[in-house]
Design a protein around this ligand. Structure first.
Ligand code: ME8
Length: 638
C-alpha cells in the first residue's frame, strides 16, 4: 500500500515545468506501484493562503478568492494533459481542510505545545518564513535574492525545539526516511544547531487571507502550518477510513527548496499531534532552462501544456524522466528534447516497433509466429529482456528513473542489432529457413511486449499502442506478465502508425486534433521567440486606448497599493490603479493619462474597476503615462 503526494503548489503562478516534474514523478511512481499490484492513493493540490497569494491577486487586479479559484483550476486542468491522474486534488481553501487545521491547532494548543510571545525576525516574503542570519547570503535570501524584512510582533509559537532530539534519532534510525542521502545529511547538519520554535501565526492587522486561529481571532495561521496538514486532510484525518488505511504508507515528493518545512516542521508537528511520521520523503533537484534559473522576469518559464502541444505527452514524460537524475539539478532545452525524441524515441524504439511489425505483416501473415528452437543469440536477447524487467523495477523503486530507462534502452538497442544480425528479409528468401525466420520474429515481438510492459508507468499511451499492436488484451501487470514466452502464437497483430514522428529541430510537430491543442494552451508560449513577441495590427486594434482625465482620487481602505480614481473619458468611470505607493491622491487629480477603456470590469477590494491606467515601471518606480499637450478627455490613442 502506498500514499503518494506532491507539494501543494502556490497559486501565485501558473503551472510550469518544475511543478509538472514533481507531479509527473508522483504519477509514474503511482503507476509503477499499481503495475506491481499495490493499492495506491495519489494526491496533489494547491496551497492558497498567505501573503504571496494576496499580493499576486492584487497585482492581477482581482480578489484573492477569484484569483485562487482561477489559478487552482489551471493546475487541476494541467495534469490530465500530461496523462497524470491524481486520485484527489486538495485545496487549502476547502472547508474540510480549514476545519482539520483548526482542530489540530486546538489540540496542539490544549496540550501546551503552542504559546504566545514577542518575536523579532527576518522575514522573507518569497519563502513565507522567518530566516536565520546564517541562512542569508550577503544579507539576502539565497533563493529569492531579496533582503528580508525585519519584523517585530507578538505571535503564537509551536514548541518545535522540544522535538529536536526525537527527530534526529528518528532520521538516524530510519535510513530511508529522507532520500537521496545528500538531503538527509543536509537536514542532520542543520539539526546540529539548536532548533528554534516555529512562529505559526500572523496578526490579522498584517494578513487576513488565512485560517483563523481557533483560540484567538486576531490571528490567522502561518501558511506552512496550514499547508502541511493537507496531507492529512486529503485522506480524511482524523476519522476517515482512508486515514487509518494509508497514512503509515505516506511518501512525499518535493524539490529541495522546501526540504526544511517537510523534514523538520512537518515531522515535529506530527509528533506533537500524536501521529506517526510519514514513511518517506523523496527530494528532487531543480529544473533550469538552458542552464538559467527559470523565472518570469527572464521570460524563460516553460509551460507543460505547451510542451505537450508541441511534442506529445509521452515524449515529454520520457524526456523529463530520462534527463534528470533524481536529486540533482537538470537543465531543460527544446533542442535536447528534440534530440531525444529523434534518437531514442523515433529511431531506437520507433524503428524497433515498426520494423518488427512490418516484418511480421510481410513474412508472418500478420500473426504472432510460432517459435521453434532458440539459438544462443535468441536466448541472450530473451534473458536480457526478462532481466530488464527485474533490474528496471529496482531502479523505479529507488526513484532512479533515468537508470530504469537506460536499462530498457539497452534492450531496445540490442533488439535492433538482433534485427541486423539475423536479417529476416534474407531468411525470407529461402523457404527452408522459415522456421528460423518465425523464431526471430517471435523473439522480436516478445522483446517488444516486455519493453512495452516496463514502459507503462512512464509512457502509458506508447505502452498501450504496443499492447494493441501485439494483440495483448489483458491489463498490464508485472506479476504474471514478466516472464518470457507469453505471446500466444496465432494472435493477430495490428498495424499501427509510427509511435513517434521525427522532428526537425526547432520546428513544431504537426498539430494533432487532441485535447492538448486547446485555445488556452495555444495562448501560452514555452519561451518567447522574436516572432512570438510580435502582435498583428488586428491584435493592436482590439485595444481601446483613450485619454482619461482624473477628476477624483482616494485611497482604498485596507490596501497600501490601490487608489480609486474617477476618470472622465469622456463619460465618467471608476478605475482602480495600483499606484498608491507612488502617488498621493491629490497628486493625480487633474492629470491626463492613457487608459485601456475596453478591459473587462473586475472587482478589486470591493470596488468595481472599469479599465486600466497605463504607467511605466522604472526600477520598481511607477510613472503615470501622459500626453505632451492637453487633449479632449476620451480622445482615442492610436
Ligand atoms: O513551496 N524545478 O509551493 P510552490 C523543479 N506551497 N521543481 C520545481 C521547480 C523547479 N525549477 N520550481 C518549483 C510551495 N518546483 C508550497 C508547498 S507543500 C505542503 C507546500 C516544484 O508552488 C517542486 O516540487 O513554490 C517544489 O518543491 C515545488 O514546486 C514548490 O512549489
Amino acid at each position: 500500500m502506498t500514499y503518494i503526494t506532491t507539494p501543494i503548489f502556490y497559486v501565485n503562478a501558473q503551472p510550469h515545468l518544475g511543478h509538472a516534474y514533481s507531479t509527473l514523478v508522483a504519477d509514474v511512481y503511482c503507476r509503477f506501484k499499481r503495475l506491481n499490484g499495490d493499492d495506491v492513493r495519489f494526491q496533489t493540490g494547491t496551497d492558497e493562503h498567505g501573503d504571496k497569494i494576496v499580493q499576486a491577486a492584487d497585482d492581477a487586479g482581482v480578489s484573492p478568492k477569484q484569483y485562487v479559484d482561477q489559478i487552482s483550476g489551471m493546475f487541476r486542468e494541467a495534469w490530465p494533459l500530461l496523462a497524470i491522474k491524481p486520485d484527489n486534488f486538495i485545496r487549502t481553501t476547502d472547508k474540510n481542510h480549514i476545519d482539520t487545521v483548526q482542530g489540530i491547532l486546538q489540540k496542539v494548543y490544549d496540550q501546551d505545545d503552542i504559546y504566545f510571545s514577542q518575536y523579532t525576525g527576518l522575514y522573507c516574503k518569497g519563502c513565507e518564513r522567518f530566516l536565520t542570519e546564517k541562512e542569508l547570503v550577503d544579507g539576502k535570501c539565497p533563493d529569492h535574492l531579496t533582503v528580508p524584512d525585519k519584523i517585530s510582533e507578538e505571535n503564537y509559537f509551536f514548541r518545535m525545539s522540544k522535538y529536536q532530539d526525537w527527530l534526529i534519532d528518528h532520521i538516524k534510525t530510519n535510513p530511508d526516511f529522507i532520500s537521496p542521502e545528500r538531503y538527509k545529511n543536509e537536514v542532520l547538519s542543520f539539526l546540529k544547531e539548536p532548533l528554534e520554535d516555529l512562529c505559526i501565526s500572523r496578526p490579522t492587522s498584517r494578513l487576513t487571507w488565512g485560517v483563523p486561529l481557533p483560540f484567538d481571532k486576531n490571528f490567522v495561521t502561518y501558511v506552512w502550518f496550514d499547508a502541511l496538514i493537507n496531507y492529512l486532510t486529503g485522506i480524511g484525518y482524523p476519522d476517515g477510513v482512508d486515514f487509518n488505511r494509508y497514512w503509515q504508507t505516506s511518501e512525499h515528493i518535493i524539490a529541495k527548496d522546501i526540504l526544511k518545512p517537510h523534514a523538520i516542521y512537518w515531522p515535529t508537528m506530527l509528533k506533537s499531534i500524536g501521529i506517526a511520521p510519514y514513511r518517506k520523503l523523496h527530494v528532487h533537484g531543480y529544473w533550469n532552462v538552458e542552464d538559467t534559473k527559470m523565472s518570469k522576469s527572464i521570460g524563460n518559464v516553460v509551460r507543460p501544456a505547451d510542451l505537450v502541444d508541441k511534442y506529445g505527452v509521452d515524449a515529454v514524460r520520457y524526456f523529463l524522466l530520462r534527463e534528470m537524475s533524481f536529486g540533482l539539478d537538470s537543465s531543460f532545452s527544446a533542442k535536447a528534447l528534440v534530440a531525444r525524441q529523434n534518437s531514442d524515441l523515433a529511431n531506437d524504439l520507433g524503428n524497433l516497433f515498426s520494423r518488427s511489425l512490418t516484418m511480421v505483416g510481410k513474412f508472418g501473415h500478420a500473426k504472432v509466429p510460432v517459435p521453434t528452437d532458440l539459438t544462443a543469440e535468441d536466448q541472450e536477447l530473451a534473458e536480457a529482456a526478462t532481466a530488464m524487467v527485474t533490474d528496471y523495477a529496482v531502479h523505479m523503486n529507488n526513484f532512479a528513473f533515468n537508470k530504469a530507462l537506460q536499462i530498457i534502452w539497452a534492450v531496445i538497442s540490442r533488439a535492433n542489432k538482433y534485427i541486423v544480425s539475423n536479417a529476416p528479409w534474407e531468411l525470407a528468401k529461402d523457404p527452408a529457413l522459415d522456421g528460423r525466420l518465425q523464431t526471430v520474429l517471435y523473439t522480436l515481438l516478445e522483446s517488444l511486449r516486455l519493453i512495452g510492459l516496463a514502459l507503462e508507468p512512464i509512457m502509458p499511451a506508447t505502452s498501450a499502442k504496443i499492447r494493441e499492436a501485439l494483440g495483448v488484451k489483458i491489463a498490464p501487470a508485472l506479476d504474471g506478465q514478466s516472464q518470457w514466452g507469453l505471446l500466444e502464437p496465432g494472435t493477430e497483430i495490428s498495424m499501427i502508425a509510427a509511435l513517434f514522428p521525427r522532428l526537425d529541430s526547432g520546428k513544431k510537430k504537426k498539430k494533432k486534433n487532441s485535447a492538448a491543442t486547446s485555445a488556452k494552451t495555444k495562448a501560452k508560449k514555452e519561451k518567447p521567440t522574436e516572432d512570438d513577441a510580435l502582435i498583428s495590427f488586428d491584435d493592436f486594434l482590439k485595444l481601446d486606448l483613450r485619454i482619461g482625465e482624473i477628476i477624483a482620487a482616494e485611497k482604498i481602505k485596507k490596501s497600501d497599493r490601490l487608489l480609486k480614481l474617477t476618470i472622465k473619458a469622456p463619460e465618467e468611470r471608476t478605475v482602480v490603479a495600483g499606484i498608491a505607493e507612488h502617488y498621493e491622491p491629490e497628486d493625480v487629480i487633474g492629470r491626463q493619462v492613457i487608459i485601456v477603456a475596453n478591459l473587462k470590469p473586475v472587482k478589486l477590494m470591493g470596488v468595481q474597476s472599469q479599465g486600466m491606467v497605463l504607467a511605466a515601471k522604472d526600477n520598481g518606480k511607477l510613472v503615470l503615462s501622459a500626453v505632451s499637450a492637453p487633449v479632449a478627455a476620451g480622445s482615442k490613442v492610436s
